[in-house]
Design a protein around this ligand. Sequence first.
Ligand SMILES: Nc1nc2c(c(=O)[nH]1)N(C=O)[C@@H](CNc1ccc(C(=O)N[C@@H](CCC(=O)O)C(=O)O)cc1)CN2
Ligand SMILES: Nc1nc2c(ncn2[C@@H]2O[C@H](COP(=O)(O)OP(=O)(O)OP(=O)(O)O)[C@@H](O)[C@H]2O)c(=O)[nH]1
Ligand SMILES: [K+]
Ligand SMILES: [Mg+2]
Length: 461
Amino acid sequence: MSQPEIAQQETIAAIATPVVSQQGSVSIVRLSGATAVAIARALFRAPGRQAWESHRILYGTIRHPDTQAIVDEALLLLMRSPRSYTREDVVEFHCHGGIVPVQQVLQLCVSRGARLAQPGEFTLRAFLNGRIDLTQAESVAELVGAQSVRASQVALAGLQGKLAQPLRQLRAGCLDILAEVEARIDFEDDLPPLDVDAVRDRLTAALHEVTDILATAERGELLRAGLAVAIVGRPNVGKSSLLNAWSRSDRAIVTELPGTTRDVVESQLVVGGIPVRVLDTAGIRDTGDRVEQLGVARSRAAAAAADLVILLVSAADGWTAEDAEIYGSVCDRPLLLVVNKVDLAPPERVRVPAAIAQVVPTVAARQEGIDALETAILSAVQADGIAIANTDIAINQRQAAVLTRAQVSLQHVSEAIAARLPLDFWTIDLRTAIRALGEVTGEDVTESVLERIFSRFCIGK
Ligand SMILES: Nc1nc2c(c(=O)[nH]1)N(C=O)[C@@H](CNc1ccc(C(=O)N[C@@H](CCC(=O)O)C(=O)O)cc1)CN2
Ligand SMILES: Nc1nc2c(ncn2[C@@H]2O[C@H](COP(=O)(O)OP(=O)(O)OP(=O)(O)O)[C@@H](O)[C@H]2O)c(=O)[nH]1
Ligand SMILES: [K+]
Ligand SMILES: [Mg+2]
């Protein structure tokens, strides 16, 4: 099959690397569009006999086209349409790191007629020119934002089409069924009767597949957004020690003085492939100290906002009235009870409320019990299966919302068949399901949906 002709658009330009000063030893300006090569030829001088061929690196200098003043010594990468990321002509200037050279080069590109790219516009063009589908484009943004190896594996699977492919097949299957049913509506007399059993079986299989894919949404949300876990409890039970043990760091100040921690202290971890933000908080108690009062208010706010609360108590003290008060204020939240300082007394010393099914013992001061804590957290958020799940795909919230529409419509079709409703009733819902599947892959998607998706990308992607 021959490649479709790519209609080259106006040329866009952006800095493709991070724009943080004094970071990175190489920075890249990227151009894509009809005049990309002409702009590059006006700005870049390659000494000797270097050919301007696709997928070649040229060495040379970037010069101001009017004054010939050298802006940077650089490498230039040329990728001609359609063999490029966008399928348009693409040129990259690989400049010295830092923001000054690339900003100057970007300005020069603009002065030669390029326009600054919108967020995600290179990837949008890759989508519009048919190199990737919408799920793959979304995976690009996900890969850039991934906070754990597992999250990046899932994004890569999406980028390789592991979600796009079954969805495209599902949609094609539904289109087949629709064609068969519609043929019976239009030319009933000329065709053999519809094999209703076969249609029902195919619909049931499609419905199962949609349901299986939808089941990956929760995992996707955990992998992308991660979890916020707040450690709360009385002063001195070892909250800061636990944060330090868990993050293998000295992130938080630990002393034997109650009321040491005054503010929320954060540490970013990865637990079972899930990005976890752990929050150490000020010990909760009644206090006349104004600063400590503000700290306690922040502890309560952190507990209220967290996805999971770790209530930390001390085996040395047992279950105190203060523990009970704090428990009362957080027991409506997803909660894990951790008994620290089990080197001083057995965990059974703590007589916890009957509603608490599980207790994790730790010795934070000696980094003991962290593995069991992580296991308990994963099962508390029902993420035990994430690391071992045999499928790589995990859909995002947009995809889940649209797929739910497809699921409901397919269910309606099944009901219409079971109720022996006329064929017109089947086709209405079948079309809705097909449209929804097309909205996930991008085969059938409105401009405003695209705008919403791509506006969340970073500049230069
Ligand atoms: N310097 C640089 N590094 C980069 C990128 C880039 O654009 N520039 N990428 C950007 O995100 C990623 C690589 N992704 C890419 C995907 C496809 C094509 C590409 O040219 N594909 C063509 C032709 C392939 C071929 O010659 O066979 C195609 O699929 O048609 C390039 C980069 C990561 N690293
Ligand atoms: N024996 C023993 N001591 C511990 C353990 N964990 C922490 N400690 C000690 O308990 C004291 C208080 O620890 P912190 O981590 O500062 O306690 P905290 O809950 O953060 O205290 P505040 O920030 O004041 O609320 C320190 O002296 C720690 O060394 C443990 O597992 N066993
Ligand atoms: K303390
Ligand atoms: Mg502390």
